[in-house]
Write a protein that binds this ligand. Structure first.
Ligand SMILES: O=P(O)(O)O[C@H]1O[C@H](CO)[C@@H](O)[C@H]1O
Ligand SMILES: O=c1cc[nH]c(=O)[nH]1
Length: 235
């Protein structure tokens, strides 16, 4: 058992999906994986291992925000030997070209978080990016499934509720498609420890139109993204 995960050695697969919402992890384990076992209920942030098309795959909730997601990414890689991590999250659209339910693959993640500023002594702006091989596979898988997945940069923010929407507008001017709260930390930690990571996101809110998905949709409405993530992670 690590500090925040209750699994015994060997109970977590080398391939893992990472939703923020622990109940999304449970829904995925019940509806997409076979032979599942819950390996952790610590803090009610559930983790499960099962198989997908015969390949062992785990799914672990990470909570909301980069400090929480960083703890899970760090312990999964360093204490359980996880090598491939795909975040499957919800996000808010900044681009007018996106609609609720659209899937986005994050090629890179800008951030307002101080975590990497501290990591590099405030002297460097590190550019957190997706693993190219995983991204390429996800693009192929989405195309094969007829899922119109957008690929582009995202914002990983510390604040779900922002006082500075003008800065979101400016980032959108620079091509940032959506806002979420974890990808930058996941990409940074995976790179640091030589693991592979990718963030796939489904648009749950639209910051231009004000549309919002229900809590139930955020928990159980992301089948297309989950299927793309699972086909990608076993390839
Ligand atoms: O749906 P999840 O994966 O939690 O992701 C998004 O939803 C949460 C905010 O509602 C943040 O964690 C954000 O990144
Ligand atoms: O607007 C949104 C929606 C989901 N997640 C976010 O971080 N922001």
């Amino acid at each position: 058992m690590s500090t925040h995960i209750g699994a015994k050695p060997g109970e977590i697969a080398e391939r893992i999906l990472l939703p923020g919402d622990p109940l999304r992890a449970k829904w995925i384990s019940e509806n997409f994986l076979d032979d599942t076992k819950c390996y952790s209920t610590v803090r009610n942030v559930y983790g499960f291992t099962g198989t997908y098309r015969g390949v062992p795959v785990s799914v672990q909730g990470t909570g909301m925000g980069m400090p929480s997601a960083s703890i899970y990414a760090h312990e999964l890689i360093n204490e359980y030997g996880v090598q491939t991590l795909i975040r499957i999250g919800s996000c808010g659209a900044l681009s007018e070209n996106l609609q609720l339910g659209d899937v986005v693959a994050a090629i890179g993640a800008s951030t307002d978080s101080a975590m990497n500023r501290q990591r590099f002594d405030g002297l460097m702006d590190y550019a957190p990016v997706a693993d190219f091989g995983l991204l390429r596979t996800a693009v192929d898988v989405a195309a094969g499934r007829g899922v119109g997945m957008s690929v582009g940069p995202v914002l990983s923010t510390d604040a779900f509720y922002t006082d500075r929407p003008d800065l979101y507008d400016r980032l959108a001017d620079y091509g940032v498609l959506v806002v979420e709260m974890e990808a930058a930390a996941l990409y940074t930690i995976a790179a640091r420890h030589r693991a592979r990571s990718l963030a796939l996101l489904t648009v749950s809110d639209h910051l231009r139109t004000g549309e919002r998905s229900s809590a139930e949709d955020r928990e159980q409405g992301f089948s297309q993204m989950v299927e793309v993530a699972l086909d990608t992670i076993i390839t």
